[in-house]
Design a protein around this ligand. Sequence first.
Ligand SMILES: O=C(O)CCC(=O)C(=O)O
Ligand SMILES: [Mn+2]
Length: 208
Amino acid sequence: MDDTSLSLFADEPVRRIAMPDAKVYYRAGLALEPSADACLETLIEQTPWRQDPITLFGKTYLQPRLHAWYGDREARYRYSGLALEPLAWTPLLQSIKSQVEAVCGEVFNSVLLNYYRDHRDSMGMHADDEPELGPEPVIASLSLGAQRPLRFKHRHDRSVEPVKLPLAHGSLLVMAGKTQRHWHHGMAKQARPCGPRVNLTFRKILFP
Ligand SMILES: O=C(O)CCC(=O)C(=O)O
Ligand SMILES: [Mn+2]
């Protein structure tokens, strides 16, 4: 997404987050159909959630969250060392995908669902910079459920202030441009208890 495609958000309250070397946009209060509440409940209940082992620095752990991967048949993706076969789109995910595409003016061919069951689930700092996403991927991230902060940290310049962005129920975060090249993002576990959160990150795999 370039700055001109901001017009696709029309008069909606889109915020560009002040971050050097990045294009990050945030919009709260998406008018989803079915409602954000209904999407959250259905996705928690009906998704075939998986919790896969992950190897980091030679040690194997269970990922501290659940996930599911959906996409067009050819869309394969390697994520943190896992090769994921996409599940076929459900009518609900297809509908959410169309609504997200309409809001941000991009077409996606896959979505990673993350389920943070409570405050103890998390995602480590990372960049979505796999080659199959291309050099300047547009990643649209829909948040449902408990509001939790996404943390951003510049990868190369320690003088740049980290950013902590709370992601509200029914909000859309779009990362574009060189964001993945220059920033890491992640979600820490937190001490304060909170309810479940489901996140959907829509992606476009260029070389399936
Ligand atoms: O849960 C989030 O908001 C972040 C998810 C994320 O970064 C990812 O799926 O790559
Ligand atoms: Mn990510």
